[in-house]
Design a protein around this ligand. Structure first.
Ligand code: AMP
Length: 853
């Protein structure tokens, strides 16, 4: 933006340069000449002396600290005690019109303590003759700095035309002074180094003394004024009424240098102009008074002679102003100089009235006009940013305003574009969300990239029994509910109340943070209908619980059955269990005493959260009564370790059971010989298992209870191929501690999960139906392989996305070898329908399977 701004400024100034007057304008001509900016070279900065090498002249640059010096120029005042001759000299390499100077002390990041309270200025155009500057009232001493850091600017009134400038601190011998300086102005393109005139006269106007002398002339002042410049080149143009002046307090006639015709018998005033070198002059502009009512008129004729070498050329240029102007206003009269080359010009201005008054003379030669100077100076000034000396006249104010308006317009455009982009993005987001909501009643991030996977490091915990194959995968679900568990709790405050401990998460026995069961149920609620809430809440109410504490000492350890999330599962003899249970609960083999039971124990190092989860699983199971749901018989919770006593399922979990069944088949076991067709036999037997699972799920669905982790690994096999659904601790498996350890990561059985469960975090009866379809597939393949074993985890998720997109690219589990067509086509595939509402209910599944046996 800054670059654009600068370029715009340059362009504006270049375009408008032609409108700028050719004469030097002290108000415009105030550009830093290069002490701060570095355009002035070190070798062009010199001094009469220096306090030390680190305070040499080159360190005397205003607002500039190279870091290698001591932060300013400091003269060696001891070399000339009480002297006023110490100076810091700047060589500008060419003549400059200097309107302003700036000084500063030695700050040096707070280390310095020296500054010049007063100083004088001397200047020279040729480097040999020096002139002491003084203001219009004749004062030479300039008030300088009052501290080490502030820049003090001083207008040079009158301005000076010089190449060399000396700053001369007025030194108090008791103090060390140091200075940093800058010069402001512009290049003196006239090339005029001096003019020579007869000194001005005095007019008595109505009894008033009017002085037309050249009061600021800096050359020799004998009979004629020679070798100097003065009011004719000070950039100040006289007012129409010569009695008044721009300069406050000045005497009448101050702005003009004037002559009376009485002392010029030849009728003209001769002015000689000397230049720095030969120029090709196009014109001369003379600012004249024309107050003819007071005997003052423009010159009648100007005759100019040219000299390039020693002699004046014989053919002068003569010019007569075209017509007698009627107005009395002062004006510039342009005298054409016919592109004559010269280093000196001598012009004779002929009187046309009693008085001839000039206030300014300027020359134009070749391309050397102030326009160019202004362009470069303005641009360099703009790049320096906040130059405090930069003042503009009216014509350029408009230009600056133009610049600013353009910059503001550009900035506004940029802001509008940025805002528009943001609004557009938001609209797109909203639109996509709305589309998803309409389509799916939930938002969805289908991109596979949105998910990251890690194989569960705990395949042994998933109950698959394979040991080598991961069942639960860690994913980064799209739903925010996965990522911020407190949101889940907030969604179901009544649950938090009844659970008492649900609104917290802690660290599990494995050192990982653990998520409370209550939160899992609330997650169910978040995705299911309101009726579920009631039922699940009742499950936890516990007021009508029939669970009783079983005397621990009556349990006799027989063998270890396995190990799960909470700890080991033991086969135990439970003495007098049938009596304990009462007649309502008749257990198989209950006649025998003691009864064989499975005892799931909470490991001793389990933390409070795991303990609560364990108790909650007990509560859940205590409410479930179905022939195809593993029965919780009793608990031992009065003392540690906490135990839940369930019915013993002799054949372990279904996954292992089917695997071993397959092994028997492959090894040509006994069972194989008895039936003619393995496939038919297995199909009937396996479908019988599926019917039992469907029956158990029908029961759960009648309670609107969502299992979430239906799989063969979570079904147990008893005598006579009785199948019972177990593992209601899925919450722990699904939402165990890793969930918190790495934010947004959950452990999920993605190969059993419906697409909406994976992508939207929606768990419903219908997603249990999806899992049942996979479980059925497992059963009919005898758990030969993991579902989608040919797909990587990423591909499984990608496939989930295909289910959502529904463009026919989704991959279904293939038809198992011994699976009847109608079971696959009518049932299994229907469990995986994209639209959850189109999936069959467990009632329908149960009925269909029962029929097809
Ligand atoms: P769990 O902690 O429920 O995952 O159980 C761990 C393992 O213990 C299971 O994979 C089964 O092999 C075994 N098991 C659990 N409960 C029973 C049961 N009631 N009867 C027989 N084996 C069981």
């Amino acid at each position: 933006v800054m670059e654009v701004k600068l370029n715009l400024c340059c362009v504006f100034f270049i375009l408008t340069a032609a409108t700028v007057k050719a004469q030097v304008n002290p108000e415009m001509c105030r550009y830093p000449l290069g002490m701060t900016g570095g355009q002035i070279q070190d070798e062009d900065i010199s001094a009469s002396s220096q306090w030390s090498e680190s305070t040499a002249a080159r360190f005397g640059r205003l607002d500039f600290d190279t870091g290698d010096g001591d932060g300013a120029w400091c003269p060696d005042i001891m070399s000339e005690p009480g002297g006023f001759k110490e100076y810091l000299q700047v060589d500008l390499r060419s003549l400059h019109f200097i309107t302003l100077v700036g000084t500063q002390g030695r700050h040096a990041d707070g280390m310095g303590n020296e500054f010049a309270q007063r100083y004088r200025i001397k200047y020279s155009r040729d480097g040999s003759s020096w002139v002491g500057w003084h203001d219009r009232m004749g004062n030479q001493v300039i008030e300088g700095n009052k501290n080490t850091y502030d820049v003090v600017l001083k207008d040079l009134e009158p301005p000076i035309v010089a190449r060399f400038v000396r700053f001369m601190p007025v030194i108090d011998p008791s103090l060390i002074v140091c200075m940093r300086v800058e010069l402001y102005g512009c290049e003196w393109l006239d090339g005029l180094v001096s003019y020579s005139i007869p000194d001005g006269h005095q007019m008595i106007y109505r009894g008033l003394d009017v002085f037309f002398n050249d009061s600021v002339y800096d050359g020799a002042t004998a009979q004629r004024l020679t070798k100097g410049l003065g009011q004719l080149t000070d950039g100040t143009w006289g007012l129409d009424d010569f009695l008044h002046s721009h300069v406050p307090g000045a005497w009448p006639g101050y702005d003009y240098v004037g002559w009376s015709n009485k002392t010029f018998p030849k009728g003209y005033v001769e002015v000689v102009f000397d230049f720095d070198h030969i120029h090709n002059f196009t014109s001369m502009k003379v600012h004249c008074s024309n107050m003819f009512s007071r005997g003052v008129r423009l010159f009648r004729q100007a005759t100019c002679f040219f000299r390039s070498e020693s002699e004046w050329e014989p053919d002068p240029m003569t010019f007569r102003p075209s017509a007698e102007p009627l107005s009395q206003s002062a004006r510039f009269v342009t005298v054409p100089l016919g592109d004559r080359t010269a280093s000196s010009i001598k012009c004779r201005f002929h009187f046309s009235d009693q008085w001839l008054l000039f206030s300014e003379v300027a020359f134009q030669s070749g391309s050397a006009v102030y326009n160019t100077s202004l362009v470069f100076s303005t641009c360099s000034c703009a790049s320096s940013g906040d130059d405090p000396t930069h003042k503009v006249d009216d014509s350029n104010t408009r230009i600056l305003i133009g610049c600013l308006v353009a910059i503001i317009a550009i900035l506004l455009t940029i802001i509008v574009i940025i805002l528009w982009r943001q609004v557009w993005q938001k609209m797109l987001e909203k639109a996509s969300r709305r589309w998803l909501d309409d389509e799916l009643t939930a938002r969805l991030a289908v991109q596979t990239q949105a998910f990251s996977f890690l194989r569960s490091s705990q395949s042994s915990e998933d109950g698959s029994g394979s040991g080598s194959i991961s069942t639960y995968e860690r994913i980064y679900p799209a739903s925010a509910d996965y990522q911020e568990p407190s949101r889940l709790i907030r969604k179901l405050p009544e649950f938090a109340e009844c659970s008492g401990t649900s609104s917290r998460a802690g660290v599990g026995s494995d050192g990982a943070p653990h998520y409370a069961e209550a939160d899992i149920i609330s997650l169910q609620e978040s995705s299911d209908s309101g009726s579920i809430t009631a039922i699940n809440t009742n499950l936890f109410a516990g007021s009508d619980s029939t669970l009783r504490e079983f005397p621990r000492e009556k349990l006799t350890f027989k063998e270890k059955l396995g190990e799960g999330q909470f700890g080991e599962v033991h086969l135990c003899e439970a003495e007098d269990m049938q009596n304990f249970l009462g007649e309502d609960t008749l257990m198989e083999g209950s006649s025998k005493s003691p009864l064989l039971v499975a005892v799931k124990m909470l490991r001793e190092d389990a933390n409070k959260n795991a303990r609560n989860d364990f108790l909650k699983e007990i509560r859940i199971m205590s409410r479930l009564r179905d022939p195809n749901i593993v029965r919780l018989l009793a608990v031992c919770v009065d003392t540690d370790p906490l135990c839940m006593i369930t019915e013993y399922m002799e054949n372990g979990d279904l996954n292992q059971f089917l695997c071993s069944l397959r092994l028997k088949t492959l090894t040509g076991g006994e069972a194989d010989q008895q039936e003619g067709s393995n496939e038919v036999r297995y199909s009937v037997k396996l479908l019988g298992m599926a019917v039992q699972i469907a029956s158990g799920m029908k029961y759960l669905s009648s309670l609107n209870f969502v299992h979430r982790d239906l799989a063969t690994r979570n079904c147990l096999v008893g005598k006579n191929d009785t199948i019972k659904i177990a593992d209601f601790g899925m919450s722990r498996n699904l939402y165990r501690g890793d969930y918190f350890r790495i934010q947004g990561r959950a452990v999920l059985p993605i190969r059993w999960m419906s697409w909406e469960s994976i992508l939207l975090g929606k768990f419903t009866m219908a997603s249990d139906v999806w899992a049942f379809g996979v479980t059925l597939w497992e059963i009919l393949t005898l758990c030969k392989e993991q579902p989608y074993s040919q797909l990587s985890d990423e591909q499984v998720i990608e496939n989930t996305g295909e289910f959502f997109r529904n463009q026919g690219k989704q991959v279904y589990l293939p038809q198992p070898q011994c699976c009847p067509d109608r079971i696959y086509g009518d049932l299994m595939l229907s469990c995986w329908r994209r639209n959850a509402k189109e999936r069959p209910s467990f009632q329908e599944i149960h009925a269909q399977l029962t029929e097809s046996r």
